[in-house]
Design a binder for this molecule. Structure first.
Ligand code: NAG
Ligand code: NAG
Length: 386
């Protein structure tokens, strides 16, 4: 028996003896675009002008849910919208037809997405969005929540969280919120987002009772706060939180006015999202960024990051990974799409099966001339390029 196959036989034996051990090691990561399909195509098909702001989530039952803003009459951030959803029960191979789970009606300053957060303790999927974010012909801004208890098949009536949170304009995400898996505050739901350009910053809202009650957590405010900004002012914006295995929360943040660098800001919370201390803020020079909403995910101790990796333009959607919680990034990177590309969101399934160890799923804005032409779903085999 050659040494290689003896080793293979040995590692097979060990995998039988210790089924919890990962079959792959992080050093072996060499991603391959395994499968890609367009979930939404903009361009006045049916009632929808433009699809933007994609969110992607796992569910407690191992399905995938994709969401986007279906902008009814224009590509603009304001205006009337639906929340569009598609669902996959076979790890992204096939998807349900689009259902519009929310219709904001006819208001001028329509809904904006948003965060999706899964409460695994009670088997709940929650979507949080905002109405009247810009106070255009309406007031106040309302933070709204819908939930599904049946794996995304049906959704509750919207609940108005502004009653609990106060009337500050808060746009969650875009991306996912988290449920704390480790102490402090194990079980807490943490949803982070941003304010309007004037009153910008990263703001987190928290729930310790599975989404019944929400309260305001940490804030990292822009400077000057509540005033018009100039180029290069400090303006933390759209953000994606994730939990490290030490229980701290790391938030990867859009640097709206390119303060200090054309790169990502990172802020960390050590108390379950109650505070976002300025001392913990740093700039990740390796993650160059044109000011956009980016994707981040921690899976099996590897931190993944997606953005259009370019200082000026929304092009070059790239996947990077870190074996050191984001302190450094591998020299290799994977280009998912060279052309126009915008917002992205990453998720994965985590049943403990070897199959689920192998894949991450990325949803992103993708086009040939403009990044808002389509929303694409990419299944990435982490060890496929070997
Ligand atoms: C949400 O609640 C706030 C505070 O009570 C209220 O002012 C606002 O009109 C409500 N929004 C919606 C959409 O019902
Ligand atoms: C695309 O991203 C990679 C990784 O950050 C970078 O090396 C490359 O220069 C980028 N290309 C363009 C055209 O931005």
């Amino acid at each position: 028996m050659a040494t290689g196959s003896r080793l293979a036989a040995l590692s097979f034996l060990f995998s039988l003896l210790s089924p919890d051990d990962c079959a792959f090691s992080p050093e072996q990561i060499d991603p391959l675009l395994y499968e890609e399909q367009l979930l939404w195509v903009s361009g006045f098909q049916g009632e929808v002008n433009t699809y933007r702001i994609p969110l992607l989530s796992f569910t407690p039952k191992g399905s995938l849910l994709a969401f986007s803003e279906a902008r009814k009459f224009s590509e603009h951030d304001k205006g009337q919208k639906f929340i569009a959803m598609r669902r996959s029960t076979d790890k992204g191979a096939t998807w349900s037809p689009t259902s519009f789970i929310i219709d904001d009606g006819a208001i001028v300053d329509g809904l904006n997405l948003g965060s999706v957060v899964v409460d695994e303790e009670v088997g709940l999927v929650i979507v949080i969005y905002v109405l009247c974010f810009n106070h255009d012909h309406c007031s106040p801004s309302s933070t709204m929540m819908v939930e599904s208890r049946d794996d995304g098949l049906s959704w509750s009536k919207p609940r108005n969280l502004t009653v609990q949170l106060g009337v500050k304009s808060f746009c969650p995400g875009p991306g996912f919120g988290i449920q704390k898996r480790y102490n402090p505050a194990k079980g807490r739901l943490v949803v982070c987002g941003h304010g309007t350009l004037k009153a910008n910053g990263v703001f987190c809202i928290l729930s310790d009772d599975h989404g019944q009650h929400w309260y305001n957590g940490g804030a990292l405010k822009s400077i000057p706060y509540n005033q018009n900004k100039k180029a290069q002012d400090f303006s933390p914006d759209e953000c994606q939180p994730l939990e490290l295995t030490d229980g701290s929360i790391v938030i990867n943040v859009r640097n709206q006015n390119s303060f200090h660098c054309r790169c990502r800001m990172v802020v960390r919370s050590y108390d379950g999202g109650l505070t976002l201390p300025i001392d913990s803020l740093y700039f990740d020079y390796e993650l160059v960024d044109p000011a956009v909403a980016a994707g981040a995910l921690l899976k099996d101790n590897v931190l993944y990051f997606t953005n259009p990796s370019n200082e000026q333009h929304r092009v070059n959607l790239t996947l990077r990974w870190s074996l050191t919680d984001g302190n450094s990034w591998g020299e290799k990177a994977m280009q998912i799409w060279a052309g126009p590309s915008g917002y992205s969101c990453i998720t994965s399934l985590d049943s403990g099966s070897t199959d689920d160890e192998k894949y991450i799923f990325v949803i992103y804005e993708k086009g040939h001339t403009n990044y808002d032409e389509t929303i694409s779903f990419a299944k990435i085999h982490l060890f496929g390029g070997q």
